[in-house]
Write a protein that binds this ligand. Structure first.
Ligand SMILES: Cc1ncc(COP(=O)(O)O)c(C=O)c1O
Length: 505
């Protein structure tokens, strides 16, 4: 049986059909306009011909993403088998589309959804689209490192008791730094109330493929999980998957797959890229057939980096001392390094690593740098990383410490993850009502106490500091200004200079 499954998983129906279609002689009079040949010579010189020949639209032989019956249906079924889902949807607009669809499929205007305040901005977009009312819970913070984890099971239990009218629960697990929630017990709590548990697992598409990695959210009972195949596996940028859990077929359905399918049509392009779709097919095949070996390689490289970095002065790789609420498990391929001991901010170090040593981190923050170690890394990358840190640790400190730019420990290690109660204002309107309200542009000082009409967040990690519908606090504005002063990128604001903020009139 296992062998039959392995043989099946070697297949790439969508990729194979796309390559056949690209090779077929035909006079093309359809989109995309380049028809394989009309491409700028400079681009073709670098990318070659094959990619343009395969950049095809929904031709009859290529099935249809929104009404799949043939090769896309077959590829999605193989992905469902590989990722342990009841039904898998391929996404071409990233996890962003999957997260929005998950909310649209479960919440109508005014419905309450439970979620941590540290959600990705795609969740806020889902709230604006659906009109759902967020009920925020606080995630846990590691007292030693200041890193923000996931939500404790007890916090969810209390919130479920306090809000018997909830329609869904949404969790982010893992976090950007790889910290996982105790999905199994939270799923049980949700299912006792017949509530669907939706998991933003954008950073965990590799989970479950090696015993040294956390189990996937679906395998722990989640009803829906969204994974960015492109973030950690080999899918092309923007390619992602939405998986539905197997659930208990005897119980009343908590989530309707057809509603998810409909919602996806609202948020995805009507011209899905077959290059992205085929890359999902190939990434699934790669993980189903070699996933354990590939993940063993990534885990070994990450462990080597951790061990070698630990021996350097001033550098402390993050590890879970023991499971604790909100920190159930850690993805050990995610390498987060505490750099406080170097007397420099993570932002300054990030710049130095990149410019002087050609080492590019995923996420800099005030006290930490986070690196994604994946199936695409090799031993030479780890050498470069460790040697760069070695050179920096040996050189005298430079740059600004967090204290020098007025950032207190209370504002947590990650600039954009300020979960200080003081900074997060009260939610006074639904994000949708605030988004559609008449608004004014005010200077930040005058915006204090007013209701934000927009989502404003440092990127990465894309966790909003201001949400539409939330009262703006002086601490939030001070925080955003500091992020900007430190060279962080702020997205979402209608005035990117932050000279004005949009508030509800
Ligand atoms: C937690 C989380 N969820 C969702 C997303 C959106 O993913 P994508 O970029 O695939 O749309 C991100 C992106 O950074 C993320 O960090």
């Amino acid at each position: 049986m296992k062998n039959r499954c392995q043989t099946r998983q070697q297949r790439t129906p969508l990729l194979s059909r796309l390559l056949d279609s690209a090779a077929r002689p035909a006079a093309p009079f359809h989109t995309p306009g380049h028809h394989g040949l009309g491409v700028a010579a400079s681009l073709r010189a670098v990318w070659g011909d094959a990619i343009f020949a395969a950049d095809l639209p929904e031709l009859p032989e290529l099935d249809n993403l929104f009404a799949p019956e043939e090769v896309i249906a077959e590829s999605q079924a193989l992905a469902a088998e590989a990722f342990g889902s009841d039904r898998t949807f391929f996404l071409v607009n990233g996890s962003t589309a999957g997260v929005m669809a998950a909310i649209l499929a479960t919440c109508a205007p005014g419905d309450k959804i439970l979620l941590p305040r540290t959600v990705h901005r795609s969740v806020i977009a889902g709230l604006v689209f659906s009109g759902a009312q967020p009920v925020f819970v606080k995630p846990e913070v590691c007292p030693r490192t200041g890193l923000v984890g996931s939500v404790a099971t007890a916090t969810i239990a209390q919130a479920l008791d306090d809000h018997p009218d909830l329609k869904a629960v949404l969790l982010v697990s893992p976090t950007y730094e790889g910290v996982c929630a105790d999905i199994a017990s939270i799923a049980q709590l949700c299912h006792d109330r017949n509530l669907p548990l939706l998991v933003d697992e954008a950073h965990g598409p590799h989970f479950g493929f090696h015993p040294g990695l956390p189990p996937s959210a679906l395998s722990q009972g989640a009803d829906l999980a969204v994974q960015s195949t492109h973030k950690v596996l080999s899918g092309l940028t923007q390619s992602a998957m939405l998986h539905l859990g197997r659930g208990d077929r005897r119980a009343a359905p908590r989530l309707h797959g057809d509603r998810v399918a409909q919602a996806l049509q609202l948020v995805q392009s009507t011209s899905p890229s077959y290059l992205l779709l085929a890359s999902l097919d190939a990434a699934r095949m790669q993980m189903a057939t070699q996933g354990e070996a590939l993940m063993a390689g990534a885990l070994a490289l990450a462990q080597e980096a951790r061990d070698r970095l630990r021996s350097l002065p001033g550098i402390e790789p993050f590890e879970l001392p023991a499971p604790q609420p909100g920190f159930a498990l850690l993805d050990l391929t995610r390498l987060t390094v505490d750099v406080r001991g170097l007397g420099q901010t993570g932002f300054d170090l990030d710049e130095r690593l990149n410019q002087d040593h050609g080492v590019v981190a995923e996420l800099p923050s005030l006290h930490h740098l986070t690196f994604i170690v994946s199936l695409g890394n090799r031993a030479a990358d780890i050498d470069r990383l460790v040697n760069a840190f070695g050179a920096i640790a040996a050189a005298p400190a430079f740059g600004r410490r967090g204290d020098d730019v007025g950032l207190s420990e209370g504002l947590t290690s990650t600039l954009s993850r300020d979960i200080d109660d003081e900074a997060y204002g009260e939610m006074v309107m639904t994000p949708r009502d605030a988004h559609f309200s008449a608004s004014d542009a005010l200077e930040p000082a005058l915006a204090v106490g007013r209701i934000s009409a927009e989502t404003v967040c440092p990127y990465p990690p894309g966790i909003p500091v201001l949400l539409p519908g939330e009262r703006i606090s002086a601490a939030a504005i001070a925080h955003l200004e500091r992020v900007k002063a430190m060279g962080g990128v702020i997205s979402g604001a209608s005035d990117p200079s932050l000279k004005t903020l949009r508030v509800v009139s």
